[in-house]
Design a protein around this ligand. Sequence first.
Ligand code: FAD
Length: 332
Amino acid sequence: MKLNRTNLEQHLDHLYDAIVVGGGAGGLSAGIYLQRFRLSSLIIDKGKARSFWMQALHNYLGLSPDTSGRQLLQQGKQHYSALAGNFLEGYVEAVTEEENTFTVRIKVGRQNSRYVMFQSKYLIVASGIIDHLLPLDDMQNVYDYAGYNLHVCMVCDGYEMTDKLCGFFAGSEASIEEMVFNLSWFTPRITIFTHGLFEVSGQMRSQLQEYGYRLVETPIQKFLGENHQMTGVELIDGSVIELETGLISMGSRYHNTYLKGIDLEMKGGNLITDKMGRTSHPRIFAIGNLKVGLNQVVVAAGDGALAATQIWREIRKDTGPRKWQENLKILA
Ligand SMILES: Cc1cc2nc3c(=O)[nH]c(=O)nc-3n(C[C@H](O)[C@H](O)[C@H](O)COP(=O)(O)OP(=O)(O)OC[C@H]3O[C@@H](n4cnc5c(N)ncnc54)[C@H](O)[C@@H]3O)c2cc1C
């Protein structure tokens, strides 16, 4: 059921088996499994998942390669809702824990906001990350192409970049080092743009020269193109560089601030988990892009299945087997 301001009240005193923070690919998958295990679950989602910006999911078994992230999310929400899962659009601000129960504080509505608390035995954190994009004065110019032929994920879209004239938009020298030589697997026709954000060392310059990769340090004025197809960039000095595709590699923001009151083992912004998704807290599971691993839809969906299954195993063990009462009466 979709919860909203008018029907919230009747669910506030319910102790959920699991609350899932984030209704993207991982969170919806976890929710579907939880409901099918006949557990009670609530997904809280602020919207605009990373998957929402995915124009086409090219690498998911069984789905047409032009399936968009929006379609995936819509289908996932319908599936979850058909299993009677509760879904609330809201922003999780904080999580606290007392006597084996989590209390999740949520802001509902951007205007005239209402603050509500929900409680659960387990917590699944599926709130993901979001990519930093190139900081231009006119960000709409970046949004016009990002997710189309201006990519943010090489594992997802390297194939689409094969042998194309590619702009690599770096956030630091470390991102050049980490990504550019891997990108050359797909295309060696690489121009690296620093946008004047950082200095490139002499050693890196000569390495780039050795491979024939171009380095542009003049800041970018805007992307050029039409119908969401980027065809190049114009620099602030008015010069134009033609491109056929691009990859932005400027790091990410981790959606984990609501966890700051809980001591969890992390690596950078990512949560460290075991193979079932359990964090260093026995009743908190982390799935999808927020945990250490490969940032892919198929992995996030698989993580959701693992975490939900482990939670079911534990709750089932605590509850014990059900008795066949009618048969016991006959046998008595
Ligand atoms: C442009 C683009 C193209 C991509 N292409 C592919 C591809 O082809 N193949 C592929 O496998 N992967 C692709 N990816 C990666 C894929 O989108 C991610 O791996 C996947 O979405 C991760 O799922 P997730 O559930 O971890 O996070 P998300 O899908 O990002 O979901 C997290 C959800 O949590 C919500 N949230 C965050 N904080 C809070 C909070 N405090 N309270 C409530 N809700 C919160 C977010 O708003 C979001 O809705 C692409 C990504 C991008 C950006």
